[in-house]
Ligand binder design. Structure first.
Ligand code: SF4
Length: 406
């Protein structure tokens, strides 16, 4: 897979997008969950020096970590804002009824009837307030607005069965801290941060991201995807500063970009991906699925991008790649994988230009562009887009915009 890569374009793009991301952070509104309001200051920022303070049996850090785990599992489907409001409002309503699901996960199951009623009622409320705006932005019908989902062979699909959604998507991540607590009890041990202890038992954040899904006892399995695992690490390390460890394996560069559909659409249309690989590569890897998207467009299945190897033919980049990999992922250099290119570019920005941006900054920049300008149809708001001067789709090849959807 050989291709001449314009590294300067990639570096400038990464810097510009990360700058936007730092200004427009994508953070779930946990500070608006009634019972957690005191954990945050008046600007909505977490009170970092009070994270170890107890809130009942557990620390604030532990409770927020539990919330984030459920949040990233739910964070799928068409409308990020709607999903985040759903978990925020359901949590607030359940806690008002003393169903303290993050302090006592069993409450969710003991009061399953109430949990399900609240999920249904709040979903309906959010649908009423968001469906028409969402449908307009995405050029679709309001009736298609649905935040309940399941994994299928074709990817994420909408479902109507609230029980499946509640047990599989809320229940499984709530059971992880519950099982950790039970396992500690068997050994007559107790912890005020059982989930945090488990998460930080791994030497590298990237190992933890993998084990979040795959661990034999505590892994979430099919309830979580690679994107959500990396979204969790991004929130845990870079957006909520929950991490206790102080090491290169647990910092702002030490996890992969989550690659959601918004980020993927922007990376494709702007030419970022096509600077690294050709359309033929993308078709061969089934990242481009011809004619299977909306209105007969080509569908971009961005999750297929993981673990695709590429040649980069640049000694300096290979050197950076080796250094980065050892330091931040704790692994020996093998082959260059497509999903690691943003990490290498961010590492190079730091090493060469002394500019520090996190993976979260780059991701938030992509999400900002993808949700505000680069909408998932053939007439995105290119005229107002902050990266239109360097966008391949806008300046050179309009078919990248009109013929592809995510
Ligand atoms: S200029 Fe248009 S196609 Fe390019 S990223 Fe912006 S909105 Fe998307």
């Amino acid at each position: 897979m050989n291709k001449m890569i314009e590294w300067d374009f990639l570096l400038n793009f990464t810097e510009q997008v990360s700058f936007l991301g730092r200004k427009h952070k994508e953070v779930p509104p946990i500070h608006h969950v009634e019972v957690f309001e005191s954990f945050f200051n008046e600007n909505g920022e977490i009170k970092k020096d009070e994270l170890s303070k107890r809130d009942g049996k557990f620390t604030r850090r532990e409770i927020i970590t539990r919330y984030l785990l459920v949040n990233v599992v739910l964070d799928q489907g068409p409308d990020i804002i709607g999903v985040r409001n759903l978990i925020k409002d359901v949590t607030t309503e359940l806690y008002r009824q003393e169903i303290r699901i993050f302090h006592r996960p069993l409450d969710f199951f003991k009061e399953l009837g109430i949990s399900i009623d609240e999920i249904l009622a709040i979903h309906e409320k959010i649908k009423k307030s968001r469906a028409s705006l969402w449908a307009k932005q995405n050029k679709t019908q309001t009736t298609k607005y649905n935040l309940f989902f399941a994994q299928s062979l074709r990817g994420i699909i909408s479902i109507n069965q609230v029980l499946d959604y509640a047990i599989h998507r809320w229940g499984v991540p709530l059971c992880v801290p519950l099982l950790l607590e039970r396992d500690l009890e068997k050994e007559n041990k107790i912890s005020e941060e059982p989930l945090v202890d488990y998460i930080e038992s791994f030497d590298y954040a990237e190992t933890m991201a993998n084990q979040l899904k795959n661990h034999e006892r505590y892994g979430l399995g099919s309830a979580i995807g690679d994107k959500a695992c990396h979204l969790f690490v991004k929130m845990y390390i870079s957006r909520f500063n929950l991490v206790r460890k102080n090491s290169p394996g647990w910092n702002d560069l030490s996890y992969e970009l989550p690659f959601d559909s918004n980020a993927g659409r922007v990376l494709f249309r702007t030419g970022f991906l096509l600077n690294l690989v050709t359309k033929d590569h993308l078709k061969q890897w089934e990242i481009i699925r011809e004619g299977t998207g909306k209105r007969g467009t080509n569908y971009l299945r961005i999750t297929n991008l993981r673990n695709k190897t590429i040649n980069i033919f640049d000694e300096q980049k290979v050197k950076y790649y080796k250094e980065f990999f050892k330091k931040h992922f704790g692994k020996r250099f093998q082959k260059v994988k497509l999903q690691h290119i943003p990490n290498i570019l961010l590492y190079q920005l730091l090493e060469d230009r002394g500019i520090h941006f996190s993976v979260a900054d780059f991701d938030d920049g992509l999400i900002y562009i993808g949700t505000k300008f680069c909408l998932n149809h053939d007439h995105p708001k290119c005229d107002q887009c902050p990266v239109n001067s360097i966008c391949m789709g806008y300046n050179q090849d309009k078919s990248l915009i009109t013929d592809y959807t995510t």
